[in-house]
Design a protein around this ligand. Structure first.
Ligand code: ADP
Ligand code: MG
Length: 684
């Protein structure tokens, strides 16, 4: 039948204080094998059991020969039709024999296993399990021959010298040896309530499932445990933070003074969210809040308010940006509010300017500092940092907070998220943050009109952009790749840039991508912002936050290569003025699913709805996936793709955290051990 994928992600340790033994104590493992396993990072019986299969081969039922599909693994029950043939081919010995069932004939073939010859007798009925090839005729390559069906076999990630057979035998021995010592990690109440298998049984069936159902139960149980412990660690971190002393800001009158500096009236959603932030900042517990809002909903305006609260209390604020382009853009905004007390710090600055900036950050005359995340690196000393606003790629884990503490700062932290995700999932992914949502757009915005451009109209569309440029309306063109790639048909930034330059000599065209030097990028972006460039060909570097109201067209080449939420981000670069804006999608795929996905996108401008659709289509893995940063605790959850499971595990965790007992203390300890660092980014 088919191969189903295993549990790649669960790398946790499914044990409490369980007894452990050296590998050499396991039957069938001698010093030599133990050493091989050790080189693979497996040092004890327990740690071997931790290595769950990366997949499974389903040999639990017989497939009729006529139904064998190319490339799949299958078990057949066949009669050997003739004596085996033995020959040499390309330096290899080959044993080949013809076999059949009622539905057809299949060739069984082994490479470099000459001993097979003697064991294959014409007329005998056997089970053969292996990979199907239908190249010329139907064959199984290197099949295993058995008297009975082997059932579902685990497949492990392994290294040379450790065969799957060695792995399976070793795992089986370990299970036998440790069986009576596998301590249950989950309290009985939790297991009963969520109908979870006992740990020992789950481990057994995760390695050697007796059926697909048993495997499902096993994986659910292990995923649940992992998710539960993750959420417990999150709860712990949250309560740890609330025990810290932060600065209680005086917010009196700041809002009114801030509003007076704005050229527009805030939306109700913005006001509400500012209220939530003010409340946080007034407390003596450090704020750790996530600000969610669709593209263009005015998050930055809200974030600036937090920085104003800090400066009104004589403390410094930092606004961190993912790119220097954005830092530059933020700086323009900050100047309007903080005047000379706003300072920009970028890597591209000349030494003299940079030193001056550093001096002002250190002596406190810089009240509001913006730059890339390098701002929080070792070399930069703040006089008194009170508030940090950053983007979601840079959440602060325990260690990052510790690093800030070492600088003597216990700042309030506001994380801005440009990717709206469904509330249920947000609670899961951002469990350690409080969440504010801006669910309203500033008035007067016209939704961007989105359409798919068929290949035949591509040239017309570019001609239209050239005409627009003549009329002073600017356009973005986004390509998935910087340079052409053999296997990808869509034009790259460099190719398209060259092509457009050639075909539209009258139009000024710019190019922007991640391989360019920072100062070059800034220069190109400034030219575009100033309206000197008509068309900007770029990679997704324009995705985050760039604000050029005069740009009204967004072309996305190779649209199928982007997630819906990412497409939405890109589209959000236009429609930033009262003019009608357009988004044109070009793509090559003919797949029905792809078409549907992109059709969905053309029909709505609501980021939350799009995110919900992405979630439905692709599961939470993508959302969690994009937030992985190496050692992220969340990475361990990527396998737990089932929303309901995540929700239940979250609920169980909150219940356990809220009712202290021996059980909960034990679980929390386990959680902290397994998820030492939550969403850790390196922030030296
Ligand atoms: P986001 O960061 O959420 O994508 P921005 O904060 O960059 O959005 O805001 C986009 C644009 O809308 C900016 O030019 C900003 O000045 C403007 N803006 C923000 N809030 C309002 C509002 N309440 N009314 C009108 N314009 C607004
Ligand atoms: Mg923004």
């Amino acid at each position: 039948m088919n191969e189903f994928s295993g549990n790649k992600s669960v790398a946790g340790r499914f044990f409490g204080n369980m007894k452990d033994v050296p590998l050499t104590d396991i039957k069938g493992i001698g010093p030599k094998r133990a050493e091989q396993f050790r080189q693979f990072g497996v040092c004890s019986a327990r740690s071997l059991l931790d290595r769950l299969p990366r997949g499974y081969l389903d040999y639990s039922s017989v497939t009729p020969v006529c139904a064998l599909a190319d490339g799949e693994n299958a078990a057949v029950q066949v009669r050997i039709a003739s004596a085996p043939k033995y020959f040499r081919k390309g330096g290899m010995s080959v044993v080949s024999v013809s076999a059949q069932d009622e539905t057809g004939s299949v060739t069984l073939k082994w490479f470099n296993q000459p001993y097979r010859c003697a064991r294959l007798k014409a007329g005998e009925t056997i089970f053969a399990c292996g990979r199907v090839s239908r190249k010329r005729n139907v064959s199984l390559t290197n099949p295993a021959i058995t008297d009975a069906l082997p059932g579902i076999l685990p497949v492990y990630t392994t290294i040379k010298g450790l065969s799957q057979r060695v792995w399976r035998d070793a795992q089986l021995s370990v299970l036998e040896t440790l069986w009576d010592d596998i301590d249950e990690t989950l309290p009985a109440t939790v297991r009963e309530r969520y109908r979870l298998a006992p740990l020992a049984l789950a481990l057994r069936h995760a390695h050697f499932p007796i059926s697909a159902d048993a495997l499902q139960l096993a994986r659910t149980r292990l995923d649940f445990e992992n998710a539960l412990l993750y959420f417990l660690a999150v709860e712990e971190q949250k309560s740890e933070r609330t025990r810290q002393n932060g600065f209680a800001f005086d917010t009196d009158g700041v809002f009114e003074r801030y509003c007076a500096k704005l050229s527009y009236a805030l939306t109700n959603a913005q006001k509400r969210v500012m209220g939530e932030i003010a409340e946080d900042m007034a407390k003596n517990i450090p704020m750790n809040r996530l600000l969610q809002g669709d593209v263009g909903s005015g998050k930055t305006a809200v974030a600036l308010y937090a920085l104003c609260v800090a400066s009104a209390n004589g403390k410094q604020g930092a606004l961190l940006a993912p790119t220097e382009i954005l830092a530059e853009q933020h700086y323009q905004n900050l100047r309007k509010i903080f005047g000379d007390a706003a300072v920009l710090l970028t890597g591209g600055m000349k030494k003299k300017q940079r030193d001056a900036a550093l001096r002002r950050i250190a002596d406190g005359t810089a009240l509001c500092v913006t730059g890339t995340h390098a701002l929080l690196s070792g070399g930069v000393r703040f006089y008194d940092l009170g508030c940090v606003v950053t983007d979601e790629q840079h959440r602060f884990g325990v260690r990052q907070r510790a690093a800030l503490l070492e600088k003597g700062a216990r700042p309030d932290i506001l994380v801005m998220s440009a990717t709206p995700i469904p509330r249920t999932l947000a609670l899961i992914v951002y469990g350690d943050l409080d969440i504010s949502i801006i669910d309203e757009m500033p008035p007067g915005r016209k939704p961007v009109k989105t359409s798919v451009i068929p290949a035949g109209r591509r040239a017309d569309m570019y001609a239209y952009l050239a005409g627009q440029a003549k009329d002073g309306v600017q356009s973005y063109v986004v390509c998935p790749l910087i340079e052409d790639s053999e296997n990808i048909e869509c034009p790259s930034v460099k190719t398209l840039y060259a092509e457009l330059k050639k075909t539209m000599p009258g139009t000024k065209i710019g190019m922007l991508h991640g391989q360019m030097r920072e100062d070059e990028k800034t220069r190109v972006m400034q030219a575009f912002r100033a309206g000197e460039t008509g068309i900007l060909v770029s990679t997704t570097v324009v995705e985050v936050g760039v604000h050029v109201p005069n740009a009204c067209n967004m072309v996305i080449e190779g649209a199928e290569r982007f997630g819906l939420s990412q497409l939405h981000q890109l589209r959000g670069r236009v429609g930033r003025s009262a003019e009608q804006a357009y988004c044109f999608l070009l793509y090559g795929t003919k797949s029905k699913e792809e078409n549907e996905r992109i059709q969905t996108f053309t029909k709505t401008n609501d980021g939350f709805e799009i995110a919900q659709k992405d979630l439905l289509l692709r599961g939470p893995g993508d959302f969690i996936g994009v937030r992985q940063h190496g050692e992220s605790g969340i990475a361990a959850l990527a396998g737990a793709m089932d929303m309901r499971l995540l929700e239940q595990a979250g609920r169980a965790a909150r219940e356990i955290a809220a009712s202290p007992s021996d059980d909960s203390a034990r679980m929390i300890e386990l959680a902290n051990e397994r998820f030492e660092s939550l969403n850790g980014i390196a922030m030296n």
